[in-house]
Ligand binder design. Structure first.
Ligand SMILES: *Cc1c(COP(=O)(O)O)cnc(C)c1O
Length: 365
């Protein structure tokens, strides 16, 4: 059986160092908002080349806290891609703001920057690009548009740890900009529980989020904002400090597998993802192919013991929880949801398994 993702094998590589890190926290007697998180925030900010990093309880919370810290809420519109994981949309609606869906570019599956401007209204306050599957959106174009219309830029970076934009910086110089990261166990950099992070160069925003994640308090028992409880615990911070050191190497492995798939999968019924112009701008969190005969291919792979997944079978605007958007027509996003299939890709997948997957797809009639 070739698993879609063997998380145990991913973490076994760090078992000894993780035990040391967990022991350190146990010995310290301090479990929340302590030295491990402080250190991890410094290390992760340096890794992302941003000035500030603030650890929180999850990727969804990271996005919600950015929107709340920017003061976005009822009456505001936020532009998001129609093709994304539900969390992007939940962040918007949790704040009481209205999502405005933009169709993806059918080649990259990312928000189509050409279609953003036509959706900007007087109520639009922010644009939320999602670096889906690990590939960066065209941030230059998006930040230029945002500047022109005075919008905040909130990046959903939950799938893109370590992706570097062509200008050589993860965060460019656009000032009203922050990114939400997730360390959900299956992400390229995953904890052993839920965890998330906000990165930004905006010092005021970072300070406000530090308070918001901790009951809105800057000083104990004095509450400045209506906050929430969303803190990354010391155990996860200590574990992530260990795993961050292996992230670049893991991403190199992912790129190597992606290149192999791109060169060797040859089946007329399969559409392969478009490789990025700059290889560094993609960390291949997912390797997503398309086919009109998805059910047949998924069954064929399953019969040969190969697990695949679908990211995502139902676009957010067609979800039951978003009944008020069910009537929207976003045909590109809807078509992708019907045709996408994710192949196994991970830093621990065996070479023979990758060969086997390629052979099995090429044999599919
Ligand atoms: C995983 C994910 C999130 C949410 O992260 P959690 O840590 O699970 O809350 C948000 N957006 C995208 C695109 C994701 O893949």
């Amino acid at each position: 059986m070739i698993k879609f993702l063997d998380l145990k094998a991913v973490n076994q590589r760090y078992a000894e160092q993780i035990r040391v890190a967990v022991d350190r926290v146990l010995e310290s007697g301090w479990y929340l908002l302590g030295a491990e998180l402080e250190q991890y925030e410094v290390e992760y900010a340096a890794y992302c080349k941003t000035v500030h990093a603030v650890g929180v309880a999850s990727g969804l919370d990271a996005l919600i806290l950015i929107l709340r810290a920017y003061g976005l809420g009822p009456g505001d519109e936020i532009i998001i891609p129609a093709n994304t994981y539900i969390a992007t949309v939940l962040a918007v609606t949790n704040c009481g703001a209205d999502p405005v869906f933009v169709e993806p570019d059918p080649c990259t599956h990312l928000i189509d920057p050409e279609k953003i401007e036509e959706k900007i209204s007087k109520r639009t306050k922010a644009v939320m690009p999602v670096h889906l599957y690990g590939q960066l959106c065209n941030m230059k174009v998006i930040c230029n548009l945002a500047g022109k219309h005075n919008l905040k830029v909130v990046e959903d970076a939950a799938q893109s740890h370590g992706a570097v934009c062509p200008e050589g910086k993860i965060t460019a110089d656009y000032p009203a900009r922050a990114a939400g990261h997730s360390f959900y166990p299956s992400k390229n950099l995953g904890a052993l529980a839920d965890a998330g992070m906000i990165t930004t160069n905006d010092g005021q925003l970072a300070e406000k989020i530090r308070a918001l994640r901790n009951y809105g308090s800057c000083q104990r028992y004095y509450n400045k904002y209506l906050g929430i409880n969303s803190r990354m615990d010391e155990m996860q911070a200590a574990i992530l400090r260990v795993k961050l050191k292996g992230l670049d190497e893991d991403n190199v492995r992912r790129r190597r597998i992606a290149s192999y798939y791109l060169e060797e999968i040859k089946n007329q019924k399969v559409v392969l993802p478009k490789p990025p112009v700059n290889p560094e701008s993609h960390v291949w969190h997912l390797f997503v192919i398309r086919t009109r005969h998805r059910g047949s291919l998924q069954r064929h792979l399953e019969e040969k013991g190969i697990q695949t997944q679908i990211h995502y079978p139902v676009p957010p605007h067609k979800q039951e929880c978003y009944a008020k958007y069910n009537g929207l027509s976003l045909p590109i996003a809807e078509q992708l949801a019907n045709e996408v299939l994710s192949l196994p890709i991970s830093p621990v997948i065996k070479e023979e398994d990758v060969l086997n997957i390629v052979r099995t797809i090429n044999d599919w009639k």
